[in-house]
Design a protein around this ligand. Structure first.
Ligand SMILES: *[C@@H]1O[C@H](CO)[C@@H](O)[C@H](O)[C@H]1NC(C)=O
Ligand SMILES: *[C@@H]1O[C@H](CO)[C@@H](O)[C@H](O)[C@H]1NC(C)=O
Ligand SMILES: *[C@@H]1O[C@H](CO)[C@@H](O)[C@H](O)[C@H]1NC(C)=O
Ligand SMILES: *[C@@H]1O[C@H](CO)[C@@H](O)[C@H](O)[C@H]1NC(C)=O
Ligand SMILES: *[C@@H]1O[C@H](CO)[C@@H](O)[C@H](O)[C@H]1NC(C)=O
Ligand SMILES: *[C@@H]1O[C@H](CO)[C@@H](O)[C@H](O)[C@H]1NC(C)=O
Ligand SMILES: *[C@@H]1O[C@H](CO)[C@@H](O)[C@H](O)[C@H]1NC(C)=O
Ligand SMILES: *[C@@H]1O[C@H](CO)[C@@H](O)[C@H](O)[C@H]1NC(C)=O
Ligand SMILES: *[C@@H]1O[C@H](CO)[C@@H](O)[C@H](O)[C@H]1NC(C)=O
Ligand SMILES: *[C@@H]1O[C@H](CO)[C@@H](O)[C@H](O)[C@H]1NC(C)=O
Length: 883
């Protein structure tokens, strides 16, 4: 919280209101906290900025008070005699033990011996917990003291973190009003967790390490009983995690097959010595103030530009704000990234150029920043191929390895781009989750959608020819109905389970096709047309069919009323209809969209899908609300996205949209289940709205607006990491610490890739602290002249945004080689090379009128005006001047 009053701090100290055998109330200047009777864990936490909002699940706590259920205030650890014997495990949640009789509260702390809750731990290891106030914040700490004559080794030391991310049995509106998301920065001594509201508004919690020994080494998913009233690890309750300060014991056992985020460590506790670990809970006034709150809590913070996914043709930047001197920066694997200082900013921030140092470097890299006090910060990077290489390899992979050609297929799936399994390097032409092999639904259509989007930005004649073949032979008449009263309807799956109908077909006995009756669709279920889709040629009719009603008034599809993914494509379609003179169709489509938008405008939570809570509907709600100038609904949507889309110094979590159930419905069958997904399609898709909103900011060079750019750019870059070294695109990365691998199935990577290429752009901004920087491009700014030049390095190199004058420029083919801004005259020069296009369509817009900034005009001589833009012969130099 900025501007926290030191005066108030001095006056308020923690006060213990009720006795500790009942619920204890703790008041600090920033918080009101309530500890549960008996075990003394946290059950309610409200900040004094908004006492009406509880971050903890107090309202359902009565269902969470059983053995094995974890809360903030519990402790787990692995220990053994130093140098021998297997690890033993201790866990204060296991028994749900009343420890209140061993509690002692003073005016400024409550200290409790936890040994009564740990009957198997030798008495000589004395474990205590303390709740106390630190500078107005709430602090939780644990001390383990070794009274034995031998040394002990601690192989894990985990502090469970529980906040109200329980959506079970709540309406969508209640969920939005009451619940929070918890996201980790697993950054060692600089690590933190952030707790944001689903509304994306109001105060957020920041959880930081209390002591030097409390480094954030691992983020452990906590196993709990699942057969409980609220459920656990289900769609409405992802579950809880622990902040691990040591992970060696886990790395040797449960996590042994995974490459961890950070090197696993243990601690040796010599006789007579103790270790204290703990967490500090602070409050940030808004999601945009989380980083400054972390800094106020004494931690270093970093800002990566363009983020933490770095291709070799780009110079990225890392800015570090620390009170301590930086004594070393090292990359692991060594030699993968090069880090070169590039100046100091504002006295506090040190800048570095970050580049790929080796031509064969690819994948995960950990950057360790060591400070003068020996504390270490980890920043997790991903090295990708350059975008042209990645996209070209991806296009090849889809249209060769994933190109299914068996014309004897009784389901009619050839020729076409089909789901692929990277482990077996084979088609997924069978799966008891039929849709995955059925070339429709998200799971089955993802691959050919991606192949189509690849052509949209980097067309290749042979690849286009193959897709045309697929449209003629598989889509039109197969996936899509071509006659009758349901023409333009789209089937859910071509593949189905109904052995009688395909007598010569051998269903793979590996799958249990009947374990969940109905789950493996039969022909009737597979051919249902109730899904709303937004792809295919004959697009307008497909759209119109999907959101209209049959003659008896029943809607054609079940999802016509919710926001849909990839819907910006409908927007492109609509503008094309107008541009090509199909005014009647365009107006009809507008009417249909307006009716849906009015529905959303009228309800408190318009972001529904088939799931209780989801991060998919926002795209459509934002898109059409903005289109119809309903800024209130558009803004509410942006706030909701800010709640679940963080910026965090890790390629995995930066711009990663919270999703955790689709491995079950469509991931590799061997790893299916609920699990946090990294860069599933939410990243690429939600980035579109955040970035569009950023373009319209009245002050796009303010720190608050740039926060959106960082979040959005992280989400947009995420899908680049899904493409492996050989061009295979995976649906998502497995986030559990015992996995940390890409899923072997391609599945629904398509929508993520769609977001990646449609949202790709290079941004130039004059950052209030860092000066001229670019997201997505290489910048040259020389102090001896007023020209700033940028070479785009984003995925498509056809879209640019110059924040100084809110100028958006895009071309539909060719490549923007370079653009330049003259900071004195505000003239903008854009160099366009032809690629394979002799002519390109140029569109531009000044997306906001900033105070004190000129209106921009295009020098249009030599160009041909069209309704939707300008035709430009290439190569070309396009100029804009300030009026
Ligand atoms: C643990 O340490 C506390 C604080 O030093 C002390 O009061 C308590 O008696 C010790 N308990 C055991 C079991 O040694
Ligand atoms: C959730 O709702 C169901 C159906 O109304 C009810 O049977 C169940 O008891 C509720 N569970 C909890 C934990 O509130
Ligand atoms: C093509 O599909 C048919 C029918 O499923 C099958 O019998 C045949 O083995 C397949 N051919 C190849 C080359 O996989
Ligand atoms: C699919 O088959 C697997 C393997 O036999 C089985 O464990 C699973 O429950 C089945 N899933 C569905 C949705 O039928
Ligand atoms: C498939 O699952 C059903 C229901 O659990 C079970 O009865 C059947 O034996 C299973 N089939 C195979 C082949 O495992
Ligand atoms: C279709 O029917 C629903 C009610 O089921 C109605 O709300 C909607 O406006 C209708 N759509 C059109 C395009 O008439
Ligand atoms: C199309 O006609 C069939 C047969 O009359 C009927 O069952 C079905 O509901 C109709 N579908 C639509 C979308 O009108
Ligand atoms: C939204 O507002 C803009 C600017 O006032 C206007 O040009 C546009 O026509 C409006 N759009 C709709 C669909 O009303
Ligand atoms: C400006 O500075 C750059 C880099 O120091 C140098 O290469 C360039 O020649 C200079 N240009 C002028 C016009 O002095
Ligand atoms: C951009 O175009 C201008 C004017 O034609 C030319 O002077 C400049 O060299 C071009 N720059 C690049 C990088 O193509």
């Amino acid at each position: 919280m900025r501007g926290r009053s030191k005066f108030l701090l001095a006056l308020t100290s923690l006060s213990l209101i009720t006795s500790i055998s009942a619920q204890a109330q703790l008041s600090t200047s920033n918080f009101e906290a309530r500890l549960t009777a008996g075990s003394g864990v946290l059950r309610s936490l409200t900040s004094t900025l908004d006492l009406s909002f509880d971050f903890s699940p107090d309202d359902v706590f009565k269902y969470r008070d059983g053995p094995g259920q974890y809360h903030t205030g519990d402790l787990t650890f692995h220990y053994r005699s130093a140098g021998g014997t297997p690890w033993r495990f201790a866990d204060t949640a296991a028994l749900w033990q009343d420890v209140s009789s061993s509690s002692d509260g003073g005016s400024s702390h409550i200290t409790t011996s936890l040994n009564p809750a740990l009957p198997h731990v030798p008495e000589t290891l004395n474990v205590t917990r303390t709740w106390q106030e630190v500078d107005g914040d709430l602090a939780l700490s644990f001390t383990i003291r070794n009274h034995a004559s031998e040394a002990f080794e601690l192989g894990s030391l985990g502090m469970p973190i529980e906040f109200n991310n329980i959506f079970t049995n709540r309406t969508a509106s209640e969920t939005t009003e009451k619940c929070v998301f918890v996201e980790p920065y697993i950054g060692l001594n600089a690590g933190y967790a952030q707790v944001t509201r689903l509304t994306g508004t109001g105060p957020s919690l920041v959880v930081t390490p209390l002591t030097a020994d409390s480094k954030f080494e691992g983020w452990q998913f906590l196993e709990e009983p699942e057969d409980v009233p609220l459920g656990y690890r289900i769609q409405t309750f992802e579950g809880n995690y622990a902040w691990q300060t040591h992970t060696l014991a886990l790395a040797e056992t449960e996590w042994k097959n995974a490459e961890p985020w950070n090197p696993p460590t243990s601690a040796i506790l010599q006789p007579g010595r103790s270790v204290t670990v703990g967490l500090r809970f602070s409050v940030a006034g808004s999601v945009q103030e989380i980083e400054s709150e972390v800094s106020d809590a004494g931690l270093p913070t970093v800002v990566g530009v363009l983020g933490y996914i770095v291709p070799p043709d780009l110079t990225a930047k890392l800015f570090v704000n620390s009170k301590q001197e930086i004594s070393a920066i090292s990359a692991y694997p060594a030699g993968s990234l090069q880090i070169v200082p590039c100046g100091q900013h504002d006295g506090r921030w040190k800048g570095y150029d970050v580049t790929v140092a080796s031509s064969n470097a690819f994948g995960r890299v950990r950057l360790e920043i060591t400070y003068g006090d020996d504390s270490v910060q980890a920043v997790h990077y991903w090295i990708a191929h350059s975008s042209p290489k990645a996209l070209s390899e991806f296009g090849t992979f889809l249209t060769t390895e994933q190109w299914f050609t068996n014309r004897s297929d009784p389901f009619g799936r050839a020729p076409g781009v089909i789901t692929y399994n990277r482990d077996t390097n084979d088609y997924v032409d069978q799966d008891n989750r039929t849709w995955i092999a059925g070339m429709s639904d998200e799971g089955g259509a993802g691959s050919f959608l991606a192949a189509g989007m690849k052509q949209y930005v980097w067309p290749d004649a042979d690849e286009v020819a193959k897709l045309e073949q697929m449209v003629e032979e598989v889509v039109w008449g197969g996936l899509q109905l071509t006659s009758g009263n349901e023409t333009y309807a789209v089937r859910k799956s071509l593949f189905f389970y109904e052995p009688e109908l395909v007598p010569n077909y051998e269903y793979d006995p590996y799958f249990n096709w009947t374990v969940n009756p109905g789950q493996s669709w039969d022909k009737e279920a597979a051919y249902l047309i109730d899904r709303t889709y937004n792809y295919l040629l004959k697009a307008y009719n497909t759209v119109a069919f999907s959101v209209s009603n049959s003659s008896d008034g029943t809607p054609h599809t079940s999802y016509w009323h919710v926001g849909l993914m990839g819907v910006c494509v409908w927007g492109l379609l609509l503008s094309d209809l107008y541009a090509e003179g199909y005014t009647q169709q365009a107006e009809h489509m507008e009417d249909l969209m307006l009716a849906r938008q009015r529905l959303w405008a009228g309800v408190p939570n318009p972001f529904g899908s088939e799931m209780a809570w989801d991060s998919t509907g926002e795209e459509g709600v934002y898109y059409w609300s903005r289109y119809f100038n309903d800024s209130a609904t558009a803004q509410k949507t942006i706030e909701a996205i800010r709640g679940y889309m963080p910026t965090i110094p890790s390629w995995a979590y930066n711009g990663n949209v919270r999703r955790y159930w689709d491995f079950l419905y469509a991931g590799d069958i061997k790893l299916r289940g609920y699990e946090r997904q990294i860069h599933h399609y939410g990243s690429g898709l939600n980035a579109l709205q955040i970035l569009d909103n950023y373009h319209r900011s009245k002050n796009p060079q303010s720190l608050e607006a740039i926060n959106d750019l960082r979040v959005g750019y992280g989400g947009n870059q995420g899908p680049l990491s899904n493409i492996d070294e050989d061009g295979f695109g995976s649906m998502a990365f497995h986030g559990y610490p015992d996995r940390l691998i890409w899923d072997a199935y391609s599945r629904d990577y398509g929508p993520n890739f769609l977001g990646h290429v449609i949202g790709a752009a290079t941004y130039l901004i004059d950052h209030p602290i860092f000066g001229w920087i670019s997201f997505g491009g290489n910048v040259q700014a020389y102090s001896n002249n007023s020209q700033i030049t940028v070479q785009p390095r984003d995925a498509v190199r056809k879209h640019i945004f110059i924040a100084e004058v809110s100028l958006w420029v895009e071309i539909d083919a060719g490549v923007i080689e370079q653009f330049a801004l003259d900071t004195k005259s505000m003239e903008v020069v854009v160099n366009i090379s032809s690629g394979s296009a002799q002519q390109v369509l140029l569109k531009w817009e000044q997306t906001a009128q900033q105070a004190g900034r000129p209106e921009m005009k295009l020098v249009s001589e030599g160009m041909k005006r069209r309704l939707d833009g300008w035709t430009v012969d290439t190569p070309a130099t396009v100029r804009f001047f300030a009026t």
